[in-house]
Design a protein around this ligand. Sequence first.
Ligand code: CP
Length: 325
Amino acid sequence: MKARSTSDRPRPADNTTNGLYGQHILSVRQFTPEVLEYIFGVADEMRTLVERFGSADLLQGQIMANLFYEPSTRTSSSFMAAMQRLGGQVIPINSVKFSSVSKGESLADTVRTLECYADVIVLRHYEVGAAAEAARWAHKPIINAGDGVGEHPTQALLDAYTIRRELGRLDNLTVAMLGDLRFGRTVHSLTRLLLRRGITFRFVSPRLLRMPDEIRQEVTGAGDTFTEHEDVHEIIGEVDVLYVTRVQKERFTDLAEYERVKDSYIITPELLREAKEQMIVMHPLPRVGEITYEVDEDPRAAYFRQMQNGLYIRMALLAAVLGRA
Ligand code: CP
C-alpha cells in the first residue's frame, strides 16, 4: 500500500526502487521474488559501502521517526544505525512512556504528529494490525517493526537474506522452526516469505505453542509441506536451517503455563552433533537460555551474522522506500 503522499521532492522512476518508493512496509506478503532479489542486491551494496567507507550521504536531509511501543534492541538500533550510516537523521521514541502516548494520545494522532517532522516512520507496537492502522492515517511510509504476535517483515527479510548468504539458495531446503511458534511473529513472517520455494517445513514446539492454524493453512494452500513435532531429535539430522525462538513470557496471560513450557528446548553442542555439517542455526534474538553459549563457537551458529545482516537489509529498505536506492 502506498503512503498517500510523500514530499514535494522529485519522484524517482519506480523502476529504480522496484516500486518500493513511498510504500508502507506492513507484511511479507508485499515481497514478490523480484522485490526480494532487488532488496538483497541493494543490501549487498550497503555491506560493501559500510565495510569500505562506514557511511554515505544517500539519505542526507531525510529524517526517520523510530516509534517503539514495545522493547527492542536489534530492530530499533539497527534502523537508527541504518539511517545514520546513510547520512539521515533520527527522531528516537524508544520508550513511548516519555512521549504524549502516556497522556493518552492515540496511535493515529501520534503518527500524524511524527509525519509533520519525519519522512518515514518505523513502528513497533503490541497489537496485531497496528502498523496497518497507522498506515490508514499516514501520508508518509510506515515500516512495521513488529506488531504484537502478527508479523515482523523486516526481520523475515534479514532472515531470508541470511539463509541465502549462508547456504547459497532459498529453495528446496528443509527448514525447522522451533520454540514459540504460536506467539512468535518472526516465524510467522519467515514461513510466509518462504512459501512456494519447495521448502519442507518442520514445526517443532510444545502442543501449547503450535504454529497457528492460519499459517499452517497458508503452507498447505501454497502447495508446500510441513510436519509437526514435539521432539527435536526427530528432525535435527535432516534440517538445513534450525530457526530457534524464545518462549515469550510477555505474551502469556497465565504465568503457570509459561513456566510449564519455557525450557522445552535447549540447543547444545551435544544436540548439534546429530545435525548435518552443512546447516545453520538461526535465532532472531534475544535468547534467554534456549541456545547455550557453547554453541556460539560452532561455525554453524549463524545468529550473530544474521543480526549484522539486519543493518544492511534495513539500509536497503530505507533507501528504497525513500526513493534513493
Ligand atoms: N529480533 C528482534 O526483533 O530483536 P529486538 O526485539 O531486540 O528488536
